[in-house]
Design a protein around this ligand. Sequence first.
Ligand SMILES: Nc1ncnc2c1ncn2[C@@H]1O[C@H](COP(=O)(O)OP(=O)(O)O)[C@@H](O)[C@H]1O
Ligand SMILES: [Mg+2]
Length: 318
Amino acid sequence: MSAEKSVQVKQLTKKFGGFVAVDAVSFEIPKGEIFGLLGPNGAGKTTTMRMLCGILKPTSGEAHILGYDVVSQTEQVKQRIGYMSQKFSLYNDLTVSENLDFYANLYGVQSRQNLKLRLAELIELSGLRGHENQLTRDLSGAWRQRLALACAIVHEPPMLFLDEPTAGVDPVSRREFWEMIYTLAGRGVSVLATTHYMDEAEFCNFIGMMYKSRLIALNDPDSLKDEMPGVLFEVDCHEPSRAEKILKKHPAVQDVAAHGVILHVLLSNENEKGVLEKILQSNKITVDRIERVLPSLEDVFVSLVNKENRQKLRTEID
Ligand SMILES: Nc1ncnc2c1ncn2[C@@H]1O[C@H](COP(=O)(O)OP(=O)(O)O)[C@@H](O)[C@H]1O
Ligand SMILES: [Mg+2]
């Protein structure tokens, strides 16, 4: 197994009874890169991550973390990873320092001298200087997340697994959290993070999009956008929900997604802008603006999911 890859996953599958929660997923993460596993709730992200951390045994397929097999070398894997689960628990009645100290003991950080330096470094990294003696229960959600991350890396793991680390945290704090992840990646730490925030995926070097237990796309954010077929238009018009219904039914329109009151409409080429204007005009919908835009990762995901569902429908009909 290549040591240049932090993660190598081949045909990884997990079944719970007859239900396939992770279906033949394959991907690799080079060392020091940030990989985002993206997908809606229930897609299979946590199950995938738990298999990679050696917590859950795969039904079939294989996975290596830093060259170690997650099934036969579970202990070697566990020693080298940091894992911040969705329910990562901090002790509310302990202070910031005491929580770090607790996890340092748990992870067997030995010498007191090392420990002192390490804790100071983590306080610095998480931006919690001056709050060392504050009770954890009094911290804001965003600070708790940063403390949780600091606790998860107290033993300096070269590989970090973060399961929805920023769920429920506001966008500004999410950005700060990602700054912390960048700092770690800059020091050579490899990161696999799951998220259902599509905008957050922009922070990752590579993205795997998961949908209904399968990996439906794998690439860097820019390539994913470039690969998206068709041309995307942003439509600002009156009665957007009626417009959405009408456009969805029109054969010239490949996809429509509502972003608040703005519609994102996918057409096969630039020249069809006129068609779009005509459809809305003939339905007496006033258009304020139609503009070509670059797709967001959310657009890419919606487009891929629609394609998946159309293919599924077709095979069901055949
Ligand atoms: N221990 C389990 N037993 C049965 N089904 C499970 C178990 N864990 C997860 N699942 C199911 O597997 C699917 C994927 O779950 P999960 O990996 O948690 O998705 P995600 O993290 O993307 O939200 C869900 O339908 C979930 O209900
Ligand atoms: Mg999950």
